[in-house]
Design a protein around this ligand. Sequence first.
Ligand code: AMP
Ligand code: FES
Ligand code: ZN
Ligand code: ZN
Length: 328
Amino acid sequence: MLCIKCKQTAWVEVRRHHSAFCRSHFLDYFDNQVLKAVREERMFTQDDRILVAISGGKDSLALWDVLLRHGYQADGLYIDLGIAEYSDHSRAKSEAFAAARDAALRVVELEQDYGHGVKGLAQHARRVPCSACGLSKRYLFNKVALEGGYRVVATGHNLDDEVATLLGNLLHWQMGYLSRQSPVLEATHPGLVKKVKPLFRLTEQETVSYAIIQGIDYVPEECPMAQGARSLVYKEVLNLLEKHSPGAKHNLLLGFLEKGRPVFREVDNTELRECEQCGQPTTTPVCAFCRMMDVVRLREREPRSGQRGRRPHAAAPSSEAVMTTADG
Ligand code: AMP
Ligand code: FES
Ligand code: ZN
Ligand code: ZN
């Protein structure tokens, strides 16, 4: 197979675009897809300060790499979730990446600031870890960005992530989430920072290829607590579909964004107010994160044997605006 640009031996095949590229032309392709997403979805400009949410994985590090190479003012934010060696490894990779490029990385430690890592929060709040984790991340992305004066938070969600989320939302007809499924969520309240996903046009495999070509040292393993997550099943199903019908994932997501997004957008008329406890925007008097923390503090005070007695209500699954992404 030959590179469609220079006819040298191809290194990456992109079947859905009927293309193949050598290493150098693949980098051009990757950059162009990111820059096209940024431009067409009006994500940010060179004048904006961007906070890139860095997990230490291939996607967020690849995204940060592209933005820095193109001169964007992009700082990183790493949230240490306190997930044993997984967090230690991913934090070390994120810090090494930042140091090698002389880039600024903010680090927030869940355990230090909120008394528990994700596992402890989940146990006390009687939530599954991924739910406590997603809620904490979304809350902190917005809080840190707002306090740091950033105009936009960028995450490394790729095409596979987005289409798996879309499938999950469609299977359950999650109208609220469908109305907010978009690579751009505008700041619809002074307390909200804009959220963007500049890799939404690129697949997981393509970000792996980019990271390898660029020599990015990332954490290859998935979070140990994500095992059995439903999104992994959706990804498997979608990969099977893609194998038989190249372009299926791209068509489903891009088709939804073009044709479905305007229809579903009308569903989203949620009124925002400030959380009575922390001031972050929410649709309920107290935001989901503060409600989770209230339950956690209550349980911390419970005597061990008391756990068998009357239980306080667990935080309800939230639908407020701090949870502005449809995933995670
Ligand atoms: P995930 O929800 O783990 O698939 O991650 C999706 C995106 O969220 C990543 O590409 C990152 O941009 C961001 N992210 C995930 N984990 C962290 C973390 N611990 N700290 C900061 N950002 C994160
Ligand atoms: Fe959130 Fe694993 S990264 S539970
Ligand atoms: Zn080439
Ligand atoms: Zn709050």
